[in-house]
Design a protein around this ligand. Structure first.
Ligand code: ADP
Ligand code: MG
Length: 360
């Protein structure tokens, strides 16, 4: 008899040990809450994911849910107490430092031996990387579609536009004409349409690229020279820090130029009365990539603009086209590069580009 009890106890103990092992070593974050949403226990993966230590967490009701999800979370908690489960539910949670991330969570009630619900468990997995990749794919698919539409539209509109602007220009030559003010306006507006078309045409060029070796330093010289007059007029200092003048990337020179023309234009337009634009070039640690950082001391980009900055036609300027950043994004993708934007309102903007380097 005594022996049998021992054996059962041993069995229970080892089961407990297994469970503990699982709990302690699980990759997924696990937290157990009482019915008042206070933490009963959490595992190390929870501490790592949410940034709250076990000691801090136990006994407290933690702000793990971003304000905008609170209502949904409350109704789930209510259902949970009635015995519902949630399996691999996708939502966003909040870390101790306030950052919000994408998670997949599973919620289950925990019963006592009388079948009453006494607690609930939440297993969560960080899926922000998955989400990021999904967004990237979505973005490049969108770009592809927009590019195809742009191709058609740009070509179709170009021809009639050439005729219209030709005649308007001719009419404009007579400054005594009673319609002079109007034709001048028409000409200005047709120029604007042409600007939009030329930006669209970059998107519509054939997919097969003839990439050649490009000296980045040469491109920078050209661009800086191109804008020199405007820099002077707007009291903008330009600082070029390129310790790697021989760096070569593979690409289409006109398109690479277009990237910097658009970036410099945006930087200039962001600077009101005088400022600085800094262009830095530096290699990655493994020398396989080159980074180009363009900093301006302009007005900065509010977060609601940043979210939409690559959208076609999204502009905050009365005379903007909202195509510049979109075109840049497309060209960078075609060149297997990356773009990251950091900005602070009233302080300025930092744009970091990277491209694979051609090894010499
Ligand atoms: P556009 O310049 O025609 O408005 P873009 O696609 O080039 O279109 O830029 C979209 C928007 O992003 C701009 O209207 C502006 O609000 C913002 N933006 C882009 N670059 C900067 C910058 N360097 N500083 C401040 N705002 C910027
Ligand atoms: Mg622009």
């Amino acid at each position: 008899m005594e022996k049998r009890v021992d054996a059962r106890e041993y069995h229970l103990n080892s089961k407990q040990a297994y469970l503990n092992l699982f709990f302690e070593q699980a990759e997924d974050s696990i937290a157990v809450f009482d019915l008042e949403d206070r933490v009963i226990t959490v595992n190390p993966a929870f501490e790592k994911l949410y940034g709250w230590s076990k000691t801090e967490a136990i006994g407290r009701s933690l702000p793990l849910i971003p304000p905008k999800n609170l209502e949904g979370a409350r109704s789930r908690a209510k259902e949970l107490r009635k015995g519902s489960h949630y399996y691999l539910f996708e939502t966003t949670d909040m870390r101790k430092d306030g950052t919000i991330f994408d998670v997949q969570i599973s919620l289950s009630p925990i019963y006592n031996s009388h079948g009453e619900i006494i607690a609930s468990s939440i297993i969560s997995r960080d899926i922000s990387h998955v989400k990021e990749n999904e967004n990237l794919i979505l973005q490049s698919e969108k770009l592809k579609v927009v590019g195809e539409i742009a191709a058609g539209v740009a070509h179709e509109i170009r021809n009639p536009m050439t005729v219209i602007s030709g005649f308007v220009q001719m009419m404009n030559e007579d400054s005594n004409s009673p319609y002079y003010e109007h034709t001048k306006l028409i000409q200005k507006e047709t120029e604007r349409i042409e600007l939009i078309l030329s930006e669209f045409l970059v998107l519509s060029r054939p997919q097969v690229n003839q990439f050649v070796n490009i000296h980045l330093a040469k491109i920078f010289d050209d661009i800086i020279q191109f804008f020199q007059f405007e820099f002077q007029q707007k009291s903008i200092d330009i600082i070029l820090q390129n310790n790697y003048p021989d760096v070569i990337i593979l690409g289409n020179a006109n398109e690479i130029k277009q990237i910097f023309i658009n970036l410099f234009k945006n930087a200039m337009e962001a600077i009101k009365d005088g400022g600085t634009i800094t262009l830095e070039v530096f290699p990655s640690k493994d020398n396989n990539e080159i980074f180009i950082r363009l900093k301006d001391t302009g007005c900065g980009i509010p977060s609601y603009v940043l979210e939409r900055i690559f959208e076609p036609f999204y502009t905050t300027k009365t005379k903007g086209t909202g195509l510049g950043m979109m075109v840049i994004n497309k060209i960078i993708q075609d060149h297997h590069g990356t773009i990251k934007i950091k900005s602070q309102e009233e302080v300025g903007t930092e744009i970091l580009l990277s491209f694979p380097v051609v090894q010499s």
